[in-house]
Design a protein around this ligand. Structure first.
Ligand code: ZN
Length: 427
């Protein structure tokens, strides 16, 4: 694939023209090489550019799961990597990559690291999983190599192991899940190590949201920011599209690489929503050889940010992920996502664990029950919880205080291996 190296110096108009031409190439490619798209697009007219992309049908995760092999555009001898993500029914969905696709993934991450101020002089500790068919660890590893930085490939080892390596190797950056960084801080507190003495000053954070919709730090973001001089960059990745979006130093949304992906934000009918309005993120990949995707529904709800970023880069930016579309709840006409409720609960002292349950309510309404596990009966805890949720989510769900053991039973019901914090019991 040919990368448009100076893509960030282009104006929005120039980017659109580049994307028009990349879309044309991509559609020709999938019509010829993808059994799935050859069939799906056979009666569809040719498009003149990205403006007309809504004329094409959406691709769902169910499509990718059902016809998984029919998305592969190359012979087996050209496949270099296979990665997987969990499908809607819990089974794995596979995504294949050629050698060039791995280079594209590396270039995508390299640019994000560069924009975040990482240089070849940085040593970056990867505390994410590098195996188990996950794309993220591999992508960061390949991106840092392409940048020329030193990779400290620790993986998901204990916080204690991390502290040891901070002391011996003194990495200047870290790639981690935010709640894991919090666990490292906890261990440092325990060992009497001041957070300010930890060597890393840049963190690329994946998997969990650290910002509210207005870009201010949420509870988790504030916890990570306990190390005062740490600069955090939130990133949003999508296995299926082999792409990640990342913040720049301005922290006003996630940048994409416009020569690698076209991003739309759409309503339930697949029509574009106005800039700033919430909708589902839909992506079309550019330059992918093995498993290209056209108008792929991510299931994640966000909003589009118009205009050139104060950092000077044009091209589509998206806001923080508000929630999963499938988990959208309606209460008295207000839309709320479990993630917002979780965020409210994270700020309250004395909560041991919790579970959020959704039930079908009256017409077009859901009933939300938040069950809190708390050790000693704290007077007024239920009221505190209700007020915190109302402040963040503008709804007041039903709140019940139980023992942590009772909540655990629900979190692990049906002998689940991992706790399920949001349980959808709607019909
Ligand atoms: Zn920017």
């Amino acid at each position: 694939m040919k990368f448009t190296d100076d893509i960030f110096n282009k104006t929005q108009g120039e980017i659109t023209r580049i994307q028009d031409s990349l879309l044309g190439e991509t559609l020709d490619y999938v019509r010829k090489n993808s059994p799935f798209y050859a069939e799906r697009f056979k009666d569809k007219p040719r498009l003149s550019g990205v403006e007309e992309i809504t004329g094409l049908p959406l691709t769902s995760k169910e499509d990718l799961q059902r016809d998984n092999g029919a998305f592969l555009c190359v012979g087996k001898e050209r496949v270099s990597e296979v990665v997987a993500t969990t499908g809607t029914t819990g089974t794995q969905v596979f995504v294949w990559l050629t050698e060039n696709d791995v280079i594209r993934v590396a270039e995508n991450e390299k640019r994000h690291f560069q924009n975040a101020g990482f240089t070849p002089s940085d040593a970056v500790l990867l505390s994410v999983t590098l195996d188990n068919l996950f794309i993220a660890g591999m992508a960061y590893y390949a991106g840092l190599k392409r940048l020329g930085a030193t990779v400290v490939r620790l993986g998901p080892q204990s916080p204690k192991k991390h502290l040891e390596l901070f002391e011996t190797l003194g990495p200047s950056g870290i790639v981690a899940v935010p709640s894991f960084v919090a666990a490292v801080y906890k261990q440092a507190d325990k060992e009497g190590i001041p957070l300010g003495s930890l060597p890393f000053n840049k963190a690329v954070l994946i998997g969990e949201t650290i910002r509210n919709a207005d870009f201010t730090s949420n509870t988790l973001g504030n916890i990570v920011q306990r190390k005062a001089l740490l600069e955090t960059f939130s990133t949003y990745g999508l296995t299926e599209a082999a792409i990640a979006f990342c913040e720049c130093p301005v922290k006003k949304g996630f940048h994409s690489n416009p020569d690698m992906v076209f991003a739309e934000v759409v309503d339930d009918e697949g029509r574009p929503v106005p800039d700033g309005a919430p909708g589902e993120l839909v992506v079309t990949t550019f330059g992918v050889e093995a498993t290209p995707l056209i108008r792929y529904c991510t299931g994640d709800v966000t909003f589009k940010i118009p205009g050139t970023c104060p950092c000077g880069r044009a091209g589509a930016r998206i806001g923080p992920i508000i929630g999963r579309k499938a988990q959208r709840l309606k209460l008295k006409g207000t839309t709320v996502y479990p993630r917002t409720i979780e965020n409210a609960l994270a700020e309250i002292e004395g909560i041991e664990n919790y579970v959020i349950e959704a039930y079908s309510g009256p017409v077009n309404e859901d009933r939300i029950v938040v069950k809190i596990g708390a050790n000693a009966t704290q007077p007024g805890l239920a009221d505190t919880v209700r007020e915190a949720i109302k402040a963040k989510a503008r709804v007041t769900p039903q709140v019940e205080i139980l023992t942590p053991g009772e909540v655990d039973k629900i979190l692990f019901e049906g002998n689940r291996r991992k706790p399920l914090v949001f349980i959808d019991r709607r019909r």
